[in-house]
Design a protein around this ligand. Structure first.
Ligand code: ATP
Ligand code: MG
Length: 286
């Protein structure tokens, strides 16, 4: 396998440069990767998300912004069914994963949907880098070993491909069989991104991926997000308005469990339609 090629079976065409939306219109249905409709989520009796509808565009970066506790992580966790293991979490509404060329759709919330298979299509990266206490190589090979029947040589190539894609290869190629815990925080986060893309997802969810990183590592991860968007649909949760405006094509502003406004990032930051959005992006509350 050519390490520079994309090993995903249903690889998507690269986005055209400049494809970023410059208007405030909702993403066109044909280019939507996740469709969320009238979505509500609870923890026990507490309703964390109310009547939320949003189209997440394909091959673009969507930023979720909003003050602490407004439901950003809750929505990400429902998108790849991480809340399955939270005993009192439940949800109502529609959450549809639009498949690629095949046109097949997956009803994310349906009990008959296989959450493990779903997570192969939707990778997730968390705030705190969480490499397994294994070698660098084993971290990246972990998912593919569960899902693919690859030979040793194919696995080597896949590991190299993912580490190159995550812009980490040059820093680790001579220490692949050393512990991942010996890497710096920024390197560990790029390793987690390599681990997430090694299973061939179409969608990458990132929950504050840079909040534990120094400015240099943040900048590397941001460059990476910018590059990855050619092949992946990315959702990034961030508390940094600068980061949202640097890396995202579209921005969705959440407040108290509701989606207040979404649109092209430039519009949200320069001409928001809602006063609450303007107050938030201008730092009047947070
Ligand atoms: N496991 C849980 N059990 C009960 N309540 C929860 C749980 N997880 C989150 N919540 C509550 O749901 C609401 C939304 O939380 P969520 O983590 O989605 O917010 P967030 O927007 O990601 O915030 P932050 O920016 O601080 O990460 C909060 O009021 C939170 O306390
Ligand atoms: Mg959160």
């Amino acid at each position: 396998m050519d390490p520079d090629s994309n090993p995903k079976p249903g690889a998507q065409p690269a986005a055209t440069p400049g494809q970023a939306n410059t208007d405030g219109a909702a993403a066109d249905a044909a280019s939507t990767c996740i469709e969320i409709g009238d979505f509500n989520a609870w923890y026990g009796d507490y309703q964390a998300i109310h009547q939320l509808s949003l189209s997440v565009p394909r091959n673009q970066v969507t930023a979720f912004i909003g003050p602490s506790g407004c439901g950003k992580s809750t929505l990400l966790k429902w998108i790849n069914r991480m809340n399955d293991i939270v005993p009192n979490a439940h949800a109502k509404g529609t959450l549809t994963l639009k498949e690629d060329e095949s046109g097949q759709e997956v009803d994310v919330l349906s009990p008959s949907t296989d959450a493990v298979a779903l997570r192969r299509r939707i990778g997730i990266v968390f705030q705190k880098p969480n490499p397994f206490p294994k070698t660098i190589y084993q971290n990246v090979a972990f998912g593919p070993r569960l899902h693919l029947n690859a030979s040793r040589g194919e696995m080597d190539e896949l590991v190299e491909w993912a580490l190159k894609k995550a812009a980490l290869w040059d820093e680790v190629k001579d220490r692949l069989h050393q512990s991942a815990l010996g890497l710096s925080g920024g390197q560990q986060q790029r390793l987690c991104i390599a681990r997430a893309i090694a299973i061939g997802p179409n969608i990458l969810l990132m929950d504050e991926p840079c909040s534990a990183l120094d400015p240099a590592s943040t900048s590397r991860v941001e460059d990476l997000i910018f590059e990855l968007r050619e092949q992946y649909s990315i959702v990034i949760v961030t508390h940094s308005m600068q980061q949202a405006s640097r890396v995202s094509d579209r921005t969705a502003f959440f407040y108290q469990g509701r989606l207040i406004e979404s649109g092209a990032t430039e519009q949200i930051f320069t001409m928001p339609r809602e006063q609450r959005t303007e107050d938030y992006v201008s730092g009047k509350f947070g």
